[in-house]
Ligand binder design. Structure first.
Ligand SMILES: O=C(O)CCC(=O)C(=O)O
Ligand SMILES: [Fe+2]
Length: 322
């Protein structure tokens, strides 16, 4: 059950010169992104187009946010799962505290959130968080495009309307000398996630059964891209939605911000026909994303491990061949 340091985790640098679709550099990135997502279900992306100053300022602001009185934090609620404030609790972790802002690339959503937290609505907070959220959404889009191109598919194969949920999280340092869970092992339920952390490591990826790889020494320009369960279903099982968790050690608190691609109500997850053939029979039925999202937050879903929920909800057995 150790943390395995020998496995070579993919670190993929997105140089501006390689980001022109159709060039050799682009095609090479597509191949590496696909391999990473099929093998690990995630990778580290080095992306200098998002400035480190903006990142650092967001983390400074999150440190202010966690100081807001709890009565105001409790106003950050939503009927949609995983969208609101969660304080320290035995269900998630005593070390965890997270805030959620849905549709974060819409300035008004961030403004409404900030107005709940601060009497003056803190315009600087809105500007900076909006900047990072929109840039992370762009990066996510770029990675989707690489995945589509890597399978030789057209853009319409993954066309859907979705919004970006951001979660701003503080993981408290554990009691001295302890190694404690900050976030339990899970797979992500939105289509995909980009995680941005503030220097302190803690995120671990399950590389084999029970073998966890700790992602440490991420560059200041790095993000972690994570495939979610519906993306795995869309790819007809090619992409992996990997288990990950946060483990805390040492005496420093950890801060992270994650941007999740959450499809709008009514979106159907359906594998493109090009990804279904006799060698790759259809593994999942077409399903409504929101029904799955709500299912994963239900009591029934708790009977399954996080990485079994997509199969419990949508697996076709036996698979249908084309
Ligand atoms: O904070 C992190 O590094 C990971 C967060 C995460 O996995 C999640 O919120 O789903
Ligand atoms: Fe996650």
């Amino acid at each position: 059950m150790g943390v395995n340091a020998e496995i070579e985790y993919p670190v993929i640098e997105f140089r501006s010169s390689d980001l022109k679709r159709g060039t050799d550099g682009w095609n090479c990135l597509c191949k590496r992104v696909r391999e990473a997502c099929e093998t690990f279900g995630s990778f580290e992306v080095v992306y200098e187009k998002i400035s480190t100053e903006v990142r650092e300022e967001v983390f400074r602001l999150i440190k202010e946010l966690v100081e807001v009185p709890v009565e105001r934090k409790q106003k950050n609620v939503s009927p949609v799962p995983f969208h609101g404030w969660v304080g320290s609790s035995p269900q998630i972790s005593l070390l965890y505290e997270g805030f959620g802002v849905g549709d974060a690339s819409n300035y008004d959503s961030i403004k409404s959130f900030a107005q709940l937290m601060w009497p003056d609505g803190y315009p600087h907070f809105c500007d900076i968080v909006y900047t990072l959220a929109t840039q992370m959404e762009e990066l996510n889009k770029l990675i989707w495009l690489m995945i589509i191109d890597s399978y030789g598919l057209g853009e319409e194969s993954l066309k859907m309307s979705y919004t970006t949920l951001i979660r701003m999280v503080k993981y408290m340092a554990p009691p001295s000398g302890k190694f404690e869970s900050g976030l339990f092992p899970h797979t992500d339920k939105p289509i995909s996630t980009l995680i941005c952390e503030d220097k302190i490591s803690g995120l671990e990826i399950e590389v084999k059964d029970g073998q966890w790889l700790r992602l440490s020494n991420l560059s200041p320009s790095s993000f972690v891209f994570m495939v979610g369960d519906p993306f795995k279903a869309w790819s007809n099982g090619r992409l992996k939605s990997g288990m990950h968790r946060v483990m805390m050690s040492g005496d420093k608190d950890r801060y992270s911000i994650a941007a999740f691609a959450v499809p709008n109500k009514g979106t159907i997850i359906k594998a493109p026909k090009e990804l279904i053939d006799d060698q790759h029979p259809q593994l999942y039925k077409d399903f409504d994303f929101m029904e799955y999202f709500f299912f994963t937050a239900s009591d029934i879903a708790k009977r399954f491990n996080s990485n079994q929920q997509i199969d419990a909800f949508a697996a076709l057995s036996p698979p249908i061949s084309n």
